[in-house]
Design a protein around this ligand. Structure first.
Ligand code: DC
Length: 223
């Protein structure tokens, strides 16, 4: 029996790595909903509708939502986000997009638009979908829900490493401030579902966490 696995958590909690690993081991399709919020933000920036956190033309952006097509291109070793036919994987990971996305994600119509897209993508189950509100809003009936947290210092180190590999060195303090600011806004729609398995992604090796989640997954799918 195929199920939906919902993996939610705050910025830099390491939920993407867990979701990717779990999808790979179960043969499920990994869907990164954060990439879709980022792609809508990038679309707004490219069209001059999102220029800063306080200057967002939400009326026009809402009007143009039906013209936004977002899909994913997957190969065994890469995962790319496609916005209206163009690979934007690199652009959506920039610091500017990261910082503007929570302000776009605040717009109720953007949330409704992406929630509908995500429900469509997961309708046949067999997906590991990661985000903030997957287990509470998008698929409240998901069979398996996980909520990932991490100590702040580990989240900062994780994001610093990621930025460095992208050739984008930043300071510990600036990354810490960015994470705290994003989490403050995202807190409005980031909640663990009551029936979510809580994972503190700190010192424990990733392989142990995934192994633990896999045992729960097989229990749920084999019955
Ligand atoms: O997971 P991430 O850092 O790539 O998410 C990018 C932004 O999108 C973040 O500010 C939260 C927002 N988001 C959301 O509001 N709802 C989701 N289901 C996923 C992401």
């Amino acid at each position: 029996m195929k199920i939906i696995v919902a993996i939610d958590g705050f910025a830099a909690s390491g939920k993407s790595t867990i979701a990717q690993d779990l999808a790979e081991r179960t043969g499920y399709t990994h869907i990164d909903s954060g990439a879709m919020y980022r792609a809508v933000t990038l679309f707004g920036m490219q069209n001059g509708l999102v220029t800063s956190s306080t200057d967002i033309n939400s009326k026009k952006l809402i009007e143009l939502l039906p013209t936004i097509d977002i899909s994913f291109d997957r190969t065994p070793d890469s995962y790319s986000t496609i916005l209206n036919g163009k690979n934007v994987e690199k652009e959506i990971r920039s610091l500017e997009v990261s910082n503007l996305t929570p302000h776009v994600a605040k717009i109720a119509q953007v949330r409704n638009f992406l929630t509908a897209r995500l429900r469509e993508m997961g309708k046949n189950k067999g997906v590991v979908m990661e985000g903030r509100d997957i287990g509470t809003v998008v698929f409240p009936d998901a069979k398996m829900k996980v909520f990932v947290t991490a100590p702040l210092n580990i989240s900062v180190e994780r994001r610093l490493k990621e930025l460095k590999t992208q050739g984008n060195p930043a300071t510990y303090q600036s990354v810490k401030a960015d994470i705290l600011e994003r989490d403050k806004i995202d807190a409005a729609w980031t909640h663990p579902a009551e029936d979510a398995i809580r994972i503190e992604n700190g010192a424990e090796p990733l392989s142990d966490i995934v192994q633990y989640l896999l045992s729960i997954f097989y229990n749920l799918t084999e019955n």
